[in-house]
Ligand binder design. Structure first.
Ligand SMILES: CC(C)(COP(=O)(O)OP(=O)(O)OC[C@H]1O[C@@H](n2cnc3c(N)ncnc32)[C@H](O)[C@@H]1OP(=O)(O)O)[C@@H](O)C(=O)NCCC(=O)NCCS
Length: 141
């Protein structure tokens, strides 16, 4: 059901991201185009409207963004994207997954906690709404 994103999916990725993130927090198609072109970045898409973008560097990987269309939420898409991305990064040699999430983002924090992520740090006033970022880590190796 999930599939790897290519340059042909850039408009779709920007549209999903815009549906999930307010205003200036949404990434443009140019950002997705640049990211997907990088050799150490991959994206996964769900046909009902979900995406995840991941960077792998040596034995670490980082979830760059995760977004599910509001109309498709609470159906397991976010957790499926996270699970598949984590499995793929392990096959690419990563033993740890990192990500940042706003302390105010209860839905995402709950999703990551269910997947076994634990807090590894905190960046004060990191986001545009001045909320702190929590740095979360999952050991997969
Ligand atoms: C966070 C997000 C990706 C979750 O996607 P989703 O497809 O709805 O997630 P799932 O259906 O797989 O939910 C998995 C679990 O996460 C938790 N969860 C998801 N949404 C939640 C909410 N609104 N409130 C509380 N917990 C929530 C629940 O534990 C849920 O399991 P359950 O449905 O069995 O209770 C989605 O809400 C989203 O796109 N949000 C806006 C963008 C964003 O915040 N991205 C992450 C940035 S770090």
């Amino acid at each position: 059901m999930l599939y790897r994103a290519t340059q042909a999916d850039i408009d779709l990725m920007a549209a999903i991201h815009a549906s999930a993130f307010a205003g200036s927090d949404a990434w443009s198609r140019d950002v997705f185009s640049l990211q997907v072109a990088l050799p150490n970045v991959f994206g996964l898409l769900h046909p009902s409207g979900g995406l995840i973008l991941v960077r792998v560097a040596a034995d670490e990987s980082e979830i760059l963004t995760l977004a599910v269309d509001p109309a498709a939420r609470r159906g397991g898409i976010g957790s499926a994207l996270l699970r598949e991305a984590t499995t793929l990064t392990a096959t690419m040699g990563a033993s740890t997954v990192f990500l940042e999430v706003s302390v105010a983002n209860i839905a995402a924090r709950q999703l990551y906690a269910s997947a076994g992520f634990i807090q590894a740090g905190r960046r004060p006033h990191y986001y545009s709404d001045h909320s702190d970022a929590l740095v979360l880590r999952l050991n997969i190796g």
